[in-house]
Write a new protein. Structure first.
Lengths: 297, 174
């Protein structure tokens, strides 16, 4: 349970970090919070030849919440984003999802962008970025940074769209639009464990309180966050008269989870349907301004 | 074949200097030296316990610039120059147990004691950030620390008691 040797690099600014990372070729790995990478190294499931430690790049420890959304720098810890009242106003889905990310002590060290770059389909934040249609800003040595949309960032399990030498410098989570509510729900065997199933939902109502748009991203339901547009299934009706059983059935039909020792594929499929219905109803109630809505939680 | 202090020959060593419990301490270690092992093996501070070494059990929790973190999921070299508080640093300057330590003893919140250093560090920070937590906050706050002896009930009680003791102490000195 001790990590294997590696060459350690501790750059002091972004240019230096990108140059060092470029120099390591395909054998370099970025160390931010290390709360996913170091366990993998301790168990010798990962053995990068070079670690580029970005913890001295203070310029990346930023959380900027503006009218259009929240931009989170690569060194912003989960706990910092979770605590920010401004972030919770601009995009409340972040705080609801962050409460499910591991334990508070892990969140003191882990980073939001690190969770995205880890691209675990069982993790919460990739689903949040996916359902909101956010993006990841990727930098490389000697080239301008590029913004990769969430839909193109998650390529497979633990496989982000980051080429060797590239660094995810920030992520952008769009603000919640008017008449829109969000929710994050999950079921894990123990609080803080990876979810057996989870759903992030965004619901927008029209002027007559009917569901005008309903989107979910499902956790642990496929190789990447599974985004489903359920607007048609919800049928442009008020939440109170929506056929939620039919919506859940459609979710079950459209996800294809794997089974493992913790839950069969069939059970995960069932859970995803139940959670999608639950998350959509909470999001719809929030969109309608019915705060404190707790039925079926 | 091994070199100085058992590290493989050729492995680069880094001079790592940290402030631990208010004292500047340093040692030459490879970059892969976990903070938990740095504290225990290089500095001889064996109060920090090592259970799972992959972040699940919470026994190795220490305070990094005041915030509880897993020392087994942190490389010592990464936190060079920062301040660490271990369980050895929780008592007062005269060795008087802190309110959290007193409450754990009073409430029988430990049996074998293996998990206790991690709980004490976690709870110290928890009560500093939230001096009057309700039971939900307490349970959430200690959810990342495993105890295989107590069944947690007395630990939850001890956190509540520690909050009381801290308030009493605060009033006493005011």
């Amino acid at each position: 349970m001790k990590p294997p040797p590696f060459d350690y690099h501790a750059p002091h600014d972004l240019d230096e970090a990108l140059a060092v990372l470029a120099g390591t070729g395909g054998d370099g790995k970025v160390l931010a919070g290390g709360q996913s990478l170091i366990p993998l190294m301790n168990m010798r499931l990962a053995a990068p030849a070079h670690l580029v430690d970005i913890n001295r790049l203070a310029g990346l420890a930023t959380v900027e919440a503006g009218a259009d959304g929240v931009r989170v720098g690569a060194l912003a810890r989960h706990a910092e984003v979770e605590r920010s009242e401004r972030v919770a106003q601009v995009q409340p889905l972040l705080r609801s999802a962050l409460g499910h990310v591991a334990h508070p002590v892990i969140r003191n060290r882990g980073t939001v962008v690190g969770s995205l770059a880890h691209a675990d389909p069982s993790a919460e934040l990739p689903a949040v970025l996916a359902v909101l249609g956010g993006s990841v800003r990727v930098a490389r040595h000697g080239a301008p940074p590029r913004d990769v949309p969430a839909g193109e960032f998650f390529l497979g399990p633990l496989e982000p769209a980051l080429a060797p030498g590239e660094l995810a410098v920030s992520a952008f989570f769009p603000a919640v639009p008017p008449r829109t509510g969000t929710a994050f729900v999950e079921v894990a065997r123990r609080h803080g464990d990876y979810a057996m199933a989870g759903v992030a939902a965004v619901v927008t109502l029209d002027d007559d309180q009917r569901i005008a748009a309903a989107l979910v991203a499902c956790v642990s339901a496929g190789p990447v966050p599974v985004v489903l547009d359920l607007t048609a299934a919800c049928g442009r009706r008020p939440a109170a008269s929506t056929d939620w059983a039919a919506v859940a059935a459609e979710v079950r039909d459209r996800v294809d989870p794997d089974g493992d020792i913790h839950a069969t594929a069939g059970y995960r499929r069932h859970l995803t349907g139940v959670l999608a219905r639950r998350a959509l109803r909470i999001a719809a109630a929030e969109a309608a301004g019915e705060y404190g809505w707790t039925d079926e939680r | 074949m091994s070199g100085k202090r058992g590290w493989p020959v050729g492995e680069a060593l880094h001079e790592v200097s940290l402030t631990v419990n208010g004292v500047v301490r340093q040692a030459r270690v490879p970059a892969r030296r976990l903070l938990s092992d740095f504290l225990r093996h290089d500095l001889g501070l064996t109060g920090t316990h090592v259970g799972c070494e992959h972040g699940v059990c919470g026994c190795c929790t220490v305070l990094l610039d005041g915030a509880p973190v897993r020392s087994c999921l942190t490389f010592a070299v990464t936190v060079a120059g920062q301040e660490i508080t271990t369980v050895e640093g929780l008592a007062g300057p005269d060795g008087e147990p802190s309110p959290v330590q007193r409450a754990f003893a009073e409430c029988h919140a430990l049996q074998c004691g293996f998990c206790t250093p991690g709980f004490l560090c976690t709870v110290t920070a928890l009560l500093r950030d939230n001096p009057e937590p309700d039971e939900l906050h307490i349970v959430e706050g200690i959810s990342g620390n495993l105890c295989r002896c107590t069944g947690y009930q007395n630990i939850v009680k001890a956190v509540g008691r520690a909050a009381e003791l801290a308030r009493e102490g605060g009033e006493g000195t005011a």
